[in-house]
Design a protein around this ligand. Structure first.
Ligand SMILES: *[C@@H]1O[C@H](CO)[C@@H](O)[C@H](O)[C@H]1NC(C)=O
Ligand SMILES: *[C@@H]1O[C@H](CO)[C@@H](O)[C@H](O)[C@H]1NC(C)=O
Length: 301
């Protein structure tokens, strides 16, 4: 299982100097949600990120979410545990953590990005301040062209399940990736049957609570990997997607009904300067320490 991780490639390009100003109450805490195939505490990915943030922001409290009782469960749940249940579990963890009650920033890697967005939409307390989505797929995916560990049996199994029928109840209930599977040739089925993504993206109805809660963010930062070969389509990382009815041409968020009808408050957030689009050169989750400090760290202060 460990081999299917999304290790963060860090090219150590030398240090950059960052002065953390903090506040009287100490630095704003940070909550991290790892990606598919990864865990809370892998020393080569999230563990490493945690360490370098702690070095730059002395005294910061960082909670890297573990979904389950141990690391193995944490990795498995990233494939098998109903996403709505995962979000509920996380809401419970955050509500009980005394260090987070004054508010926190959140950073999600890959699918952890869209899962944390569900957390802010569904659970306004304690308040999330900034949400940083690093390669999250906010309009879902229509393929895993290079599912990590190409020959891994798990990736083959995922593909088989999705082929069998991503929108059948049996697959929806068993496979996390089916719950954010977005078939542009079959929007109707997606809208009706997607257990997770169609709900948080207001595809079935407009839940005003989701809208209000999302708009309470100070900043919603979306990082897209400009050379991403693992997410189909990479446009989803900036909340864009395939134009309905085909799977070649993508449209940006601004051209989607979600935005023009402002079903989720994104248009209003955009007008208020709350949406931040960052592009990172490189493949999925590949970035340098220097890039991270320069582009991401300011949102974690
Ligand atoms: C809207 O979202 C809130 C927060 O998750 C939930 O409590 C409520 O039941 C939802 N309303 C509808 C109509 O789905
Ligand atoms: C990444 O993609 C950009 C354009 O999207 C291209 O200009 C650049 O050369 C690519 N970089 C790598 C390392 O492939």
């Amino acid at each position: 299982m460990a081999s299917i991780g999304f290790p963060v490639t860090l090219l150590l390009l030398g240090g950059s100097c960052w002065l953390s100003l903090g506040s009287a109450a100490g630095p704003v805490p940070l909550v991290i949600w790892h990606g598919m195939g990864d865990s809370c505490c892998n020393p080569e990915s999230i563990g490493y990120i945690k360490k370098i943030v702690e070095e730059k922001i002395p005294g910061i409290y960082i909670l890297s979410l573990m979904i389950g009782k141990n690391l193995i469960e944490d990795v498995e749940n990233g494939f098998l545990m109903n996403v709505n249940d995962q979000v509920k579990l996380v809401c419970g963890i955050l509500a009980k953590d005394p260090k987070l009650q004054g508010g926190f920033n959140a950073m999600g890697f890959s699918q952890g990005g869209q899962f944390l967005r569900a957390v802010v939409q569904r659970c306004p307390s304690p308040p999330m301040l900034n949400l940083v989505s690093v390669g999250g797929q906010h309009q879902g995916v229509y393929g895993f062209p290079r599912c990590p560990g190409e020959s891994s049996r798990l990736c083959d199994w995922i593909r088989k399940m999705l082929d069998l029928g991503a929108y059948t109840q049996a697959v929806q209930e068993r496979l996390v990736q089916a719950q954010y599977w977005h078939d542009p040739l079959n929007e109707e089925e997606y809208r009706k049957n997607s257990l997770f993504l169609a709900d948080v993206n207001q595809e079935r109805c407009i839940n005003q609570t989701y809208k209000k809660n999302l708009m309470s963010l100070k900043k919603f930062v979306m990082v897209k990997f400009l050379n991403d070969t693992m997410v189909d389509p990479p446009a989803s990382e900036w909340f864009g997607y395939y134009r309905s009815g085909q799977a070649k041409e993508t449209i940006p968020l601004k051209e989607t009904l979600l935005y023009t009808e402002d079903r989720l408050g994104l248009k209003e957030m955009d007008k208020a300067g709350k949406l931040v689009y960052l592009g990172a050169e490189g493949d999925h989750l590949h970035f340098s320490k220097e890039w991270f400090f320069k582009n991401i760290l300011p949102f974690l202060q």
